[in-house]
Design a binder for this molecule. Structure first.
Ligand code: PLP
Length: 451
């Protein structure tokens, strides 16, 4: 029998402390227990409301509590909850066609469960592609320091953040890294007027240094999101594309965060006019209402997996990848993005935030503010001349002050290991103008002590 006097939150906390293992952070015995979400807002077990300024983990792009998505999931669950993609089903067929439309190109779509899975699939496809073309030695991958590509051994190998990797090494083999296009702290000591895209040239140097016959692919996000919102110069991606072409190295574009509108276009790379060989995607594909990811492979590459005779097929399966319910959820999520014109709203949110947040640039602890569509990074420094990354207590203090005013924001960075000095913001695309004003006024109050 239920005890009518029981305090449910106390019970949940007790079980949380005893049974649940929280992700990435040191175990916190007093977590916020969220109980519901609506639009851009979350409510905790005490009834407090918070603006979800990070869209969860850069993913709840259409906002919380969408009835249409719940109905699409329920309908699919009662129609056909599961069948594997060794054969086929309608939601996967329709979703693959829809993704292909969104990509503006001819791609084949392989479904998996998470962004990490999608990148692992990309690595395996890249290696097999080269083998089947008789280039048996091409097996290495080059990515960038500060990038994050996932939690599994290969995807973590591609990740360029030592602090995430050190406890788990050795990881997947064949991964190396080059410096990122980090203009605020140019790793090559250049300024805008002296820049010769040394950061792009670093890829060519690495390909030559590793031996072009041993390099399978380059993997990158259109901008580095989780490693500090590092936005490259406009000509960077086109230059990388031409370097890859020169050495028969595939270009894998990790669109796990940037895809499905976050960049202000359907996919981040469309901002730069390049066509990747492989595109990986996850988070915003379902707005996180259900787990799903995809690896989109260009028609030219796919042709190599269809050569008749021999063992040419891609020998890879995962039980839940392309689950019909997740595919139905993704289709409804994409319908919403199209119907409500949320990709252009994402671009507009970015433009409005650029104006609303510009006064923060006057604050002595704000070194730089960077935007990509509706994703924002505010780089905190101890002083703007030396650019010394802000101390962790200062960063934590700002996040806590925002939290106390009901605004959830994120942080990342590790400019210097241990310094997470970049505040992040990526609000849902349904965020209203009034809510943008609210975000700006909270940040202004927190930074300047005024409203
Ligand atoms: N790639 C990027 C750019 C990401 O930001 C992430 C996750 O944050 C991943 C890959 C891994 O995705 P998942 O957490 O779904 O495995």
């Amino acid at each position: 029998m239920n005890d009518l006097n029981a305090d449910p939150k106390a019970e949940w906390l007790k079980k949380d402390r005893t049974y649940l293992w929280h992700h990435i952070s040191p175990h916190n015995d007093n977590p916020i227990i969220f109980v519901s979400g609506e639009g851009a807002w979350l409510t905790d077990a005490d009834g407090n409301r918070y603006f979800d300024g990070m869209s969860g983990l850069w993913c709840v792009n259409v906002g919380h509590g969408r009835e249409e998505i719940a109905q699409a999931a329920a309908k699919q669950m009662t129609t056909l909850a599961y069948t594997p993609l060794t054969q086929s089903h309608v939601p996967a067929i329709e979703l693959a066609a829809k993704i292909n439309d969104w990509l503006d190109g001819e791609y084949r779509i392989f479904f998996s469960n998470s962004g990490s899975d999608a990148n692992e699939v990309a690595f395996k496809i890249a290696r097999q592609y080269h083998r089947q073309n008789g280039k048996l030695g091409k097996h290495k991958f080059i990515s960038r320091y500060r990038a994050y590509h996932g939690n599994s051994m290969g995807a973590l190998g591609a990740t360029g953040q030592a602090q995430r990797k050190l406890k788990y090494e050795p990881l997947g083999i064949g991964f190396s890294h080059v410096p990122p296009p980090y203009c605020y702290r140019c790793p090559f000591g250049q300024q805008a007027d002296s820049c010769r895209l040394e950061c792009a040239q670093a890829f060519e140097d690495a390909i030559i240094g590793e031996g072009a016959d041993s390099v399978a692919a380059v993997i990158m996000e259109p901008v580095i999101t989780g490693g500090g919102m590092i936005v490259p110069p406009d000509s960077y991606l086109p230059r990388i594309r031409s370097i890859c072409d020169k050495y028969d190295v595939l270009l894998i574009m990790d669109e796990v965060i940037c895809g499905f509108g976050r960049s202000g276009q359907r996919f981040g790379h469309l901002n730069y006019g390049v066509r990747p060989d492989i595109v990986t995607m996850a988070k915003g594909m379902t707005s996180a209402y259900s787990p799903l990811s995809a690896t989109a492979v260009s028609a030219e590459l796919y042709a190599c997996f269809k050569i008749p005779g021999g063992d040419n097929h891609f020998r890879h399966v995962n039980t839940f990848g392309g689950n019909p319910v997740s595919c139905a959820v993704a289709l409804e999520n994409i319908n919403i993005l199209e119907r409500e014109e949320l990709v252009s709203r994402s671009a507009q949110i970015g433009t409005q935030l650029q104006t609303l947040l510009s006064p923060l640039r006057e604050h002595p602890n704000v070194g730089d503010i960077r935007f990509f569509g509706s994703a924002v990074g505010i780089e905190l420094v101890d002083d703007p001349i030396s650019k010394t990354p802000a101390r962790s207590d200062r960063v934590a203090g700002i996040i806590a002050a925002c939290f106390s005013k009901g605004l959830l924001i994120g942080k990342n960075g590790d400019t210097v290991p241990g310094f997470m000095n970049i505040l992040t913001l990526c609000p849902p695309f349904i965020t209203t103008d009034d809510e943008l004003d609210y975000i700006a006024s909270v940040l202004s109050e927190v930074f300047f002590g005024i409203s």
